[in-house]
Ligand binder design. Structure first.
Ligand SMILES: [Zn+2]
Length: 298
């Protein structure tokens, strides 16, 4: 996780961290029926963005979990799934970048944590480096000889037009104001460069079916999750920051978290979720969202 999270000055300690739509709409945020421990999620009436009512203090506390040496390294059990997802991701990025040199395209992973995705990017032929504000995770990555800047993207002061591609995976849902980060990504990308954003889909069937029970909404489980995009709100943000949507995809439906049901019920609901996954993907209603953006000239 990375970006400008936690740095927004002027937040009053007991007040709400987010007071207006992070996408930049001027419409009202209306309370929804999705009630979390922090209060009901609020929805932007213009773009459908969902935002938490968490306080600045509670948010800062929940972000501390990212600063561990292991960061987001896959475990032996999740390594194969990580590798398979990375292969698909970088295959798509390569197809969109089409670097004239063939290999060695420059890629920046923002919020690289301990470097799992960076390592995969290098395996797939990218000249990759990362940015990570959590000190221990960044130190770990550097100790494995990965090229990582410890700090926020804006502090790294990369020259303009440095990168062919930027990945922003599971970062944007942590940011009270994602606009500043996306504008800086725009600056460091080469003309026609590609930005990939991976985040949860607040307009998914999972949200429709399980509401407040969706694990992704739980700040106790997923520290710093405060802002939930959907394909429309992400496209609106992208456009405001100088990007065009090249492709947008969603996947997966979830009806139950493992701790919520007995084994038999859990397995049955898993099967139903798997049946729903295909139409969810077709209709853009899966809960994992991956959006490929192209830097537009402006
Ligand atoms: Zn909005």
């Amino acid at each position: 996780m990375s970006g400008s999270a936690g740095r927004d000055a002027g937040q009053v300690a007991g007040g709400r961290l987010i007071e207006c739509c992070p996408v930049g709409c001027s419409d009202t945020l209306a309370e929804t029926t999705i009630v979390l421990p922090e209060g009901p999620l609020r929805r932007c009436l213009a773009c459908g963005q969902l935002v938490s009512q968490i306080t600045a203090t509670a948010y800062a506390g929940s972000m501390k979990e990212f600063d561990t040496p292991r960061g987001t390294l896959p475990t032996p059990r999740t390594q194969r799934r990580h590798d398979a997802r990375a292969a698909k991701l970088f295959g798509k990025v390569k197809a969109l970048i089409r670097p004239e040199s063939g290999t060695g395209a420059r890629l920046l992973d923002i919020g690289c944590s301990s470097g799992a995705l960076l390592r995969s990017a290098m395996t797939h032929g990218f000249d990759a480096e990362g940015v990570e504000p959590a000190a221990q995770a960044a130190e770990f990555a550097k100790s494995t000889e990965l090229k990582v800047f410890h700090g926020y993207l804006e502090e790294a002061r990369f020259p303009a037009s440095s990168f062919d591609g930027v990945t922003l995976m599971e970062v944007i849902e942590h940011l009270p104001d994602p606009t500043a980060l996306l504008r800086e990504v725009w600056r460091v990308l080469k003309p026609n460069g590609v930005l990939v954003v991976g985040t949860g889909n607040g307009a998914s069937w999972t949200v429709r079916l399980v509401g407040a029970r969706w694990g992704y909404f739980q700040v106790a489980e997923h520290g710093g999750h405060i802002s939930f995009f959907n394909p429309m709100s992400l496209a609106a943000l992208a456009q405001r920051c100088g990007f065009d949507v090249e492709r947008s995809e969603t996947r997966r439906v979830s009806l139950v978290e493992p701790h919520e049901a007995g084994w038999v019920t859990y397995r049955m609901l898993k099967v139903v979720a798997e049946v729903l996954a295909m139409p969810a993907r077709l209709f853009g209603r899966g809960h994992d969202m991956l959006v490929f953006l192209r830097k537009s000239s402006r």
